[in-house]
Design a protein around this ligand. Structure first.
Ligand SMILES: [Ca+2]
Length: 180
């Protein structure tokens, strides 16, 4: 069984494709299929954490952690925008499992590691949930100016991110399927 993630130019796994093993990848141009992905295949047991934008600090913008194939990313408003991909195992050697990003009481909880339960049970799978737009890394890391003052993200920028998340969430569907 291949253990990789494949991105495709068109929906339903058609067109050009590119294969990724474990690792993090910044996608730069059309040769590397930047802003071109319309569907994605994820081998069982892997996580493909994808981001709409990338900078030197990693991925940002809209993001989602796929643990399954998705034949049409447009249903998540992630069509033709992926610029950063992190591929990793959904269970790590120390017995932690990846709990995917989900909505809890209307709040987005990003994907994270949790210790596997003793009885081996998993949280019910909530399906793919797209994150609110993550600010660029320069924005979320406060910078200290030469005068010693600390510059934090402009509140208007943060407000804008929250508004676009609310609009995006209304449009999102949760019908990508776990591979069997
Ligand atoms: Ca992009």
């Amino acid at each position: 069984m291949p253990q990789d993630v494949i991105i495709y130019e068109h929906a339903n796994f058609q067109g050009r494709s590119r294969t990724f093993g474990l690792g993090t990848y910044r996608v730069f141009d059309s040769n590397e299929m930047n802003d071109m992905t319309s569907s994605i295949k994820v081998s069982k047991g892997l996580v493909a954490y994808v981001f709409g934008h990338a900078d030197s600090g990693g991925g940002y913008g809209l993001s989602a952690d796929f643990l399954e194939d998705c034949a049409d990313l447009s249903q998540f408003n992630l069509n033709e925008m992926i610029s950063y991909i992190n591929v990793f195992n959904a269970e790590n050697p120390s017995g932690h499992i990846w709990v995917r990003g989900r909505l809890v009481n209307g709040q987005f909880v990003p994907g994270h590691w949790e210790r596997k339960r003793a009885d081996g049970s998993l949280l019910p799978d909530s399906g793919v949930v797209v994150s609110p737009p993550i600010p660029p890394h320069e924005l979320i890391q406060p910078t200290v100016t030469s005068g010693g003052t600390i510059a934090v993200p402009d509140s208007a920028v943060v407000k804008n991110h929250i508004q676009s998340f609310r609009q995006m969430r209304k449009r999102a569907h949760l019908d990508c399927k776990i591979p069997v």
